[in-house]
Structure formats: structure tokens, C-alpha cells
Design a protein around this ligand. Structure first.
Ligand SMILES: Cc1ncc(COP(=O)(O)O)c(C=O)c1O
Length: 452
């Protein structure tokens, strides 16, 4: 008898039906996130059994999270996975797939390659481009920057030590610089697009040989701003500097023909990050790092060891070879399953719907006598404030909206002021949800605010 046998399948069957119910009703929230004091069973010598454990998960633990696919989860960058993606994700765990090499993962690798290819096509990358899926945008950015540095060193140039990034770049770029022992030099405005004119004085000042890469954002997290990629790409090309484009959040909008012009030049980047777990309807955690020349990345990342040789003979482009990892979850499988199941038209429509909800919100805010639209949204982030409210009043409203189960909407800072921020990445979020939230901001009078 196996120690961990499942003589009783009841709990596992119950999970399957719970998954169906949960995905049918993402708007149901039992509780509102935040710190919760739940009394959990303790670890014991005998264990409590799979059924009892499932009951604790279902009734005590999972309901304490504010689900990111709730239609009024509008904070940070959420995620709303499709049923097909969840199905593939669950099956992936059950199938015990080691996603590092083709020797072990078989056609799972082929499916992940197809998902990588789909993303490369969206970016407009040539056929030779390739990449892999990692845990998140942070790992994707780090992996790309490590590849950029390796390219320099492999070409016999001195080890560079500076990463240049737009001031609106995600915090993970600063983290990557710190991990790599590099200095981060920021260029351009914090709350606006990076342009070649911002970059020129910085690059002219630096020795190009000492620059690992320039990082531009295609959808800054705070504001949704897309940097002037074509101009930045031209500046990088003239200095022979690697360009990494962080499209972790915004890359999904490439699916929408009307949005593509804003991304012009993204195909000139040496590497691109796009996170399917943000706006491409895949469960956490899943981010793609894509390389125009994958051999450079492979040379940087491929781990070699005597015991790995047999795995390396089979696949020439094992997914393990393209990022900072060896053992990995085959996170691209849910991406592939979801796109194959739903089709690219449904994907385009879903992203379009988020963009259109963002436009609706912006217009609704601009038309309100008590609200102020802080910036025209470029993608699906909408920033606004209640006229006359202090920072504390905005924070208090956000806290109350969460505690009353209305919405998760968090404040941020833009242009030095506290504002509220919506980020639309869930096609289930409807104009009615926006109305409900905005009506609450309009209605409330706050201490420290002008009331009304
Ligand atoms: C533009 C951008 N880059 C990188 C990241 C980091 O991604 P992750 O949280 O998946 O590590 C984020 C996260 O929101 C992001 O918006």
C-alpha cells in the first residue's frame, strides 16, 4: 500500500466540481483578503487525511483571498484565467511533468514552443526568435538582462555594469540590477513615456561598452504608459546597446489592431517580457521571456553537468536553457491550451473588452463634476482622484470599499499626488461594475475631503 494512496477518490472528485463552481461565479467572495486569523490544523505525525485537508482548504483558507478574477478586483495587475487554462494547469500538476527538458516532458515542450511562437508572432519577431516561460515578469526581466550581459562578455567586450531604464520601469528592473551587481541609471519622466530625447543625454554621458541594456516599458504598471519604442530602439541601435522591452502587462494589447501603433518598434527589441498571467488569461504564475536571437540566451543560461547530458542530447532547445532556472513548471501549457481552446479571435475580443471598459471609465470620470481624470489612459490603466480629497481620504475610501466587499481598488501616486488606480485585465468587468465603484467615490464624504 502506498503511503500517499488515494483509496478514496471523493476529495479529488469534489475538487473538480468545486473548480467548475468557482469559475462559473468569480464574483462570489466569501471574504475580503487582508490578514486573517484562521485556526489551521497543525502538522502532526498522523496527518488529518485528504478529505479533512480539502475541507480546510475549501472552507477556511481559500475563501480568505480576494480573487484576482473578481470583476471588481481592479487593483495592481490582476489576472482572470480561462477555464481551459485552469484545466491544463490542474492537469499539469496531476501529470507530474518536469518541464525542463524534452526528454522528460515530451509533447508538453512542443505545446509550450507553440505558445512561445504565438507570442513571438504577436511581437512581430522573426522565425528564429524563441524563449521560455518563467514564474513572473521579474524573472523574465532578470533572465533577459543576464542574457544581454552575457552577449557582451562572450563577444570579448568588458563586463558591463550599468542598466539604463525609463524612470517608469517596473521595480523588478531595479531588483534585477541589484541581483546582477549593476548600477541602475534612470532616464525620462517617472509618469510619462521614455523618448529618445530623454535617453540621448544619458547614453552620451555613459561609455556604451559599460551598458548592459536599455529597458523600456510597453505598459508601465503604474500608469499604463508605453515608451516611444521605435525611437528608443533607434537610439540603442546607434549605440549598439541591447534593448529589452518590458511588456509584462501591456503586451496583450498587441492583439488589438487599433492598439498596435503605440507599440511600434517593439519587434526591434533584443528581448521582450510578456506575462500571460496578467492579461492573457492564464493562472499564476506564468511569464514569457522572448529573445530575438535565442542562441545568445542559451549560451547565457544553459546549465551543463555530467548528469544532464542525456537530457541535452534530445532537445536542442530545452525550455530550461533560456532563463534563470533548471527544474521548471511547464507554465506554457495552460497558455497553449487556452489559446487553442478559445481561439485568437476570442483573445482579441477579450483584450478589446478590457480596453473599452477602461475608455468607458475614463469618460465617466471626465464627465463627473466631483472626479478628475488624472491622465488619458493609453492602455487599460485609469488614474483618477476625487476633487478635494486628501491622500488619507482616498486611502480610507479604498479601505472601506474593500471591507464592504465592493471592490479592490488601491491608491497610487502620480505626478506627486495620491490618486486611485483602476487596472482592467478581466473581460468580465462590465461598465456596471465601474458605475458601482465610481458612484461610491462620488457619494462618500470624507474627513479631510470637501465632502459632497
Ligand atoms: C511592467 C511589469 N513588469 C514586471 C512586473 C513584475 O512581474 P511579476 O510580478 O510577474 O514578477 C510587473 C508586475 O506587475 C509589471 O507590471
Amino acid at each position: 500500500v502506498h503511503e500517499f494512496g488515494i483509496e478514496d477518490r471523493h476529495a479529488l472528485d469534489a475538487v473538480a466540481s468545486w473548480i467548475s463552481d468557482r469559475l462559473s461565479h468569480p464574483e462570489k467572495i466569501a471574504s475580503l483578503g487582508g490578514v486573517q486569523h484562521v485556526s489551521l490544523p497543525t502538522v502532526s505525525a498522523t496527518g488529518i487525511g485528504i478529505e479533512a485537508t480539502w475541507e480546510v482548504l475549501r472552507d477556511a483558507i481559500l475563501p480568505t483571498a480576494f480573487p484576482t478574477d473578481h470583476p471588481r478586483y481592479l487593483a495592481f495587475v490582476g489576472g482572470a484565467p480561462t477555464p481551459a487554462a485552469v484545466l491544463a494547469d490542474a492537469a499539469l500538476s496531476a501529470a507530474s511533468v518536469y518541464g525542463g527538458s524534452e526528454l522528460e516532458a515530451g509533447a508538453v515542450v512542443a505545446a509550450e514552443r507553440a505558445a512561445v511562437r504565438w507570442l513571438c508572432d504577436i511581437v512581430g519577431y522573426p522565425q528564429q526568435a524563441h524563449g521560455t516561460f518563467v514564474s513572473g515578469g521579474s524573472m523574465a526581466n532578470l533572465s533577459a538582462l543576464v542574457a544581454a550581459r552575457h552577449e557582451r562578455v562572450a563577444a570579448g567586450r568588458p563586463m558591463p555594469s550599468i542598466i539604463v531604464a525609463g524612470a517608469g520601469a517596473h521595480a523588478s528592473v531595479a531588483a534585477a540590477a541589484a541581483i546582477m551587481g549593476c548600477t541602475l541609471v534612470q532616464a525620462g519622466p517617472r509618469d510619462g513615456a521614455l523618448r529618445a530625447a530623454d535617453l540621448a543625454p544619458v547614453l552620451n554621458e555613459l561609455d556604451a561598452d559599460d551598458v548592459v541594456a536599455v529597458v523600456a516599458s510597453a505598459g508601465a504598471t503604474n500608469s499604463g504608459t508605453v515608451d516611444a519604442l521605435d525611437e528608443v530602439a533607434a537610439a540603442c541601435a546607434s549605440h549598439r546597446i541591447w534593448l529589452h522591452v518590458d511588456a509584462a502587462y501591456g503586451g496583450a494589447a498587441l492583439l488589438v489592431p487599433a492598439s498596435r501603433p503605440v507599440f511600434e518598434g517593439i519587434d526591434r527589441a533584443d528581448s521582450v517580457t510578456i506575462d500571460p498571467h496578467k492579461w492573457l488569461f492564464t493562472p499564476f504564475d506564468c511569464a514569457a521571456v522572448l529573445y530575438r536571437d535565442p542562441q545568445v540566451a542559451r549560451a547565457a543560461h544553459r546549465q551543463t553537468a555530467d548528469y544532464l547530458e542525456s537530457a541535452q542530447d534530445v532537445g536542442t532547445d530545452n525550455p530550461a536553457d533560456y532563463a534563470v532556472h533548471l527544474t521548471r513548471r511547464a507554465r506554457g501549457l495552460p497558455v497553449w491550451a487556452s489559446v487553442v481552446a478559445n481561439g485568437t479571435d476570442a483573445y482579441r475580443r477579450a483584450v478589446e473588452s478590457c480596453l473599452s471598459t477602461a475608455r468607458y471609465a475614463a469618460e465617466r470620470i471626465a464627465a463627473s463634476p466631483v472626479l478628475e481624470l488624472v491622465a488619458e489612459p493609453q492602455l487599460s490603466v485609469v488614474l483618477f482622484r476625487r476633487r478635494g480629497w486628501t491622500p488619507t481620504a482616498h486611502q480610507q475610501w479604498s479601505h472601506d470599499a474593500r471591507s464592504h466587499g465592493l471592490a479592490l481598488v488601491t491608491p497610487t501616486s502620480f505626478g506627486g499626488e495620491t490618486v486611485l488606480r483602476f487596472c482592467f485585465v478581466n473581460p468580465r468587468t462590465a461598465p456596471l461594475d465601474v458605475d458601482l465603484v465610481l458612484a461610491s467615490v462620488e457619494r462618500e464624504s470624507r474627513p479631510g475631503g470637501s465632502g459632497g
